[in-house]
Ligand binder design. Structure first.
Ligand SMILES: Cc1cc2nc3c(=O)[nH]c(=O)nc-3n(C[C@H](O)[C@H](O)[C@H](O)COP(=O)(O)OP(=O)(O)OC[C@H]3O[C@@H](n4cnc5c(N)ncnc54)[C@H](O)[C@@H]3O)c2cc1C
Length: 839
């Protein structure tokens, strides 16, 4: 017993020193004290150590070494310089384009998670959703009006085109210039407002939102606003804001998809004639595809690699990636025909050109910005990726919840609304969780961007997580609706989302790449408290300054790693009981504690992964993908508690927060466990298992009973359902398929008692329910229901018949309507490529 106590005291002491980041000499003194106590016989009676002798002398080595290393004169040559060389070999090599991507964004709350000790005051300091009166009026006015105009069946099937009146409306109301400042004729809306406006439109038509989203994300508008010359700003921005110019942005080509930086599109600086004068310009050849709005664009934003073989600009031969804007009518610009992405109606197509001469002042930002294209793109992407797709994916998930809660309550099988069946409760509970968590993370992230952050790591994880969760939400909605979801037609309100899910997953960095490479493999470098400083120190051309900076970062890193290991072990053996909780947690204490504990574990595993894999990080994508998931879960958990607090802690939301937190922690643990179990180094694997899972698994998904409670509440029309689906377009028009759901749901709820009586009578055989029989009148006649109940049941019957009805067509109507010349369109782009190369 005494022995056990002694060991516990020694272990506790070591853990405490580690957690409080003791310096080298503090460790040396502690070790010396223990060694002295042993040799002085103080432990006798508890530990039967062998008598000191040679072993005793050897035992003094650790404190002596640690003490010696506390002196800079000893530490520099013996530890820092060899470590400098070794780490240089291990750390991931950072290419120029990666470096620009890393430098582009800002580090925000992601660094708190990587630190293992998140500062809750920083989380709470992120503003809640705030819109100006003008932004709110725009959301409630023109945005609502636009949504009412959108007929998804006309758009994606009958016309396969965004209707002219929709284009005219969005141009006239300024939708295309939301991010352009007021000074330049735009609306100058905050990212939070843009996110909510885009979301509302997306909830109505994922197709139509694209024509608003693209001009308000990475493209000519944003690039000119941020980097353009005064002349470019004064000329183009008001035109873009009013829709006099329709922009597109061309980065992707047949050979440069995810690896866009290796594009083969080339510009050569040369002299040429433009408008009758000889000017310095660029001769361009390019071949791009998948360009959204391309077929309708009047202004083509183009990324290419610029060379200056005659040194006209005097900046060397390979100037680098450059971005220019070219009027679509400029001679030599080929705007191709249209792709047909997932059957969508928004314009998307290739464009190309061969030896097209443009003046140098068409480069965005003019001559001084040549070669800065990649940095410009990465800076805009770091913020933009946090807004466009997360807003539409969040709104999509909320819409799936709104429709499915209504449908599941209206649709009856086996004498029951299907929402009451446990099998259906599962996808419904997932939908509630996704709608709540996506919105929580969307709002927090948009608020960060609104206050000027460009959160590169968070925007990457937001993009892949919200779109993946949206994919699952759409699948869940489909399963809940059964055949009603599958048969397409004007009354099908799910198909457009289903068709467009892969678009959101693929654009702005396809999700697999974003998850496995961008979020963690590059994110760790950016958000880790010391790693980036170490990399910068290693790359410093001034070796003395580099080694000084490296020493600071390296020593900080070592104490950080020891603190993580000690902290993680401590919080795991105490089951997170001592995790840090902010003031006024008001019932959220257990969740805060577990997030704190989980962050400690994440920081440890992430740190060791980077240290062990170094340059191999980019290829060990199964590990980095899991760590990206773990990081995402922690971020979403933080957003979850923040949303609950920002919303004023509504009692009805508590079970949802509890459900989402339990599931989020379980997924977090799954991701971390997967990383550890597949860790390539056996001793490190064993160490991590012992520290992170001293008692095995920590977390379990939410209990079935909690999920049932949440689903019951969410399928009830009222405040909670409205809050869960806030800021999407909700119709109350019974002639609109989604409005019909709302109207019918209310009647179904009102008729529930009468419905039960009727079902009982049918089960007992008192009333027979077959085609050709008026069973409701029969039930009323037999006193099963009252006359007024019968009236209500009839209304429900009629409305329900419309809700569950699917469309059918004349075969001729279903013939493809995109032209008879389809075979000729195959390989169009390769013809373009051939022509670009051969012309
Ligand atoms: C409808 C639509 C609209 C678009 N709009 C535009 C636009 O307006 N402007 C524009 O410039 N581009 C646009 N794009 C292009 C889009 O950004 C690219 O499709 C995307 O970057 C991926 O390129 P890719 O399709 O060639 O896939 P590929 O690069 O061929 O990738 C295929 C798969 O491999 C994975 N992968 C690739 N490299 C790695 C890696 N290192 N590690 C792990 N996985 C990897 C990807 O994640 C993906 O799953 C659009 C695309 C579509 C489909």
């Amino acid at each position: 017993m005494a022995l056990l106590l002694l060991l516990l005291v020694l272990l506790g002491g070591a853990v405490a020193l580690g957690m409080y980041r003791a310096s080298g000499w503090q460790w040396a003194i502690a070790l010396a004290a223990v060694t002295f106590a042993w040799q002085a016989g103080i432990f006798h009676g508890t530990l039967h150590f062998p008598s000191p002798g040679f072993l005793g002398l050897l035992a003094w080595l650790p404190p002596i070494i640690l003490g010696a290393l506390s002196w800079e004169q000893v530490r520099r040559p013996l530890l820092i310089q060899p470590a400098f060389k070794m780490v240089k070999g291990i750390l991931p090599k950072v290419s120029d384009t990666e470096q620009q991507a890393l430098d582009a964004g800002t580090v925000g709350f992601d660094a708190e998670i990587f630190s293992g000790t998140p500062d809750w005051t920083k989380l709470r300091a992120i503003p809640p959703i705030v819109l100006t009166p003008e932004e709110q009026a725009f959301l409630d006015g023109p945005t609502e009006e636009l949504c009412r105009m959108l007929d998804h069946w006309q758009i994606r099937h009958r016309q396969r085109e965004i209707p002219e009146e929709v284009w005219d409306f969005v141009k006239a109301k300024g939708f295309l210039g939301m991010l352009i400042s007021k000074e330049h004729g735009g609306l100058g809306f905050s990212p939070q407002a843009q996110s909510l406006i885009l979301g509302k439109i997306a909830s109505r038509s994922p197709d139509a939102v694209t024509i608003v989203m693209v001009p308000n994300s990475l493209g000519p508008g944003e690039l000119i606003e941020k980097y353009g010359t005064d002349q470019q700003k004064h000329y183009y921005l008001p035109r873009l804001a009013q829709g006099l110019e329709v922009p597109c942005f061309s980065l992707t080509g047949p050979t440069s998809g995810s690896d866009a930086a290796t594009m083969r599109d080339i510009g050569t600086v040369t002299k040429g004639h433009f408008e009758g004068r000889e000017v310095t310009g660029i001769r361009l050849s390019w071949d791009k595809r998948y360009i959204t709005l391309g077929p309708n664009a009047t202004l083509v934003g183009l990324a290419f690699r610029l060379f200056d073989p005659e040194s006209i600009l005097g900046r060397g031969e390979d100037i680098g990636i450059t971005v220019a804007m070219i009027p679509a009518t400029h001679p030599g610009v080929n705007i191709g025909r249209r792709h047909l992405p997932s059957g969508a109606a928004f314009p998307n197509g290739p464009n190309w050109g061969k030896d097209v001469f443009i003046p140098l002042d068409w480069v965005i930002g003019g001559e001084k910005m040549v070669g800065q294209g990649w940095r410009m793109l990465m800076e805009c992407l770091a913020a933009g990726r946090a807004i466009s797709l997360p807003s539409s994916a969040t709104a999509g998930a909320k819409a799936m919840l709104r429709f499915s809660t209504a449908y599941a309550r209206i649709r009856r099988q086996f004498g029951l609304p299907i929402s009451r069946m446990e099998g259906i409760e599962e996808p419904l509970a997932r939908l509630v969780e996704t709608a709540y968590a996506n919105e929580a993370a969307r709002a927090v992230t948009a608020a960060m961007v609104s206050r000027g952050e460009k959160p590169s790591v968070i925007s990457a994880l937001m993009k892949y997580q919200t779109t993946e969760r949206m994919r699952r939400a759409v699948n869940d909605a489909f399963d809940i609706h059964g055949g009603r979801a599958i048969c397409d037609g004007p009354s099908n309100y799910l198909q457009s989302a289903y068709q467009l899910v892969p678009v959101g997953i693929t654009v702005e960095g396809a999700n697999i790449l974003t998850r496995t490479l961008i979020t963690f493999a590059q994110g760790a470098l950016r958000s880790h408290p010391y790693l980036y400083k170490e990399v910068q120190a290693l790359q410093d051309p001034d070796s003395e300054r580099g080694i000084d900076a490296f020493e600071d970062a390296f020593l900080g890193h070592v104490t950080f790693s020891v603190a993580n290991a000690s902290g993680a072990f401590f919080h795991n053996v105490t089951l997170g009981y001592f995790g840090n909780v902010p003031e006024r947690a008001e019932g959220l204490e257990p969740i805060y504690r577990q997030i704190w504990r989980a962050s400690r574990n994440f920081a440890l595993v992430a740190d060791l992964t980077v240290a062990m894999l170094g340059g191999g990080l980019k290829v060990k994508q199964k590990l980095t993908g899991r760590l990206a998931d773990a990081l995402s879960e922690l971020y979403f958990l933080c957003c979850l508690v923040k949303r609950f607090e920002d919303d004023g802690r509504p009692a009805a939301d508590r079970p949802i927060v509890a459900l989402a937190a339990a599931n989020g922690l379980a997924r977090f643990e799954e991701a971390l466990r997967g990383t550890i179990e597949n860790f390539p180094n056996a001793p490190a694997r064993a160490f991590l298992r012992a520290v992170v899972f001293p008692f095995g698994r920590h977390y379990y998904p939410a209990r079935d009973a909690l999920a049932s409670k949440v689903v019951r509440a969410a399928t009830e029309p009222g405040e909670l359902r409205d809050r869960l689906t806030r800021d999407i377009y909700i119709s109350s028009d019974p002639d609109d398929p989604t409005g019909l759901l709302e109207v019918t749901l209310k009647k179904v709820v009102a008729a529930e008692e009468a419905e039960k009586k009727l079902e009982r009578a049918i089960r007992l055989g008192t009333v027979r329910r077959y085609h050709g029989i008026d069973w409701i009148a029969d039930a009323a006649g037999k006193g099963v229901v009252t006359e007024s109940e019968a009236q209500l049941l009839k209304e429900v019957e009629a409305l329900t018949a419309r809700v569950i009805a699917v469309d059918h067509f004349d075969p001729l109507e279903l013939k493809p309507n995109y032209g008879a010349e389809s075979p000729g369109s195959l390989g169009h782009n390769s013809r373009a490529l051939g022509s670009a190369a051969a012309e």
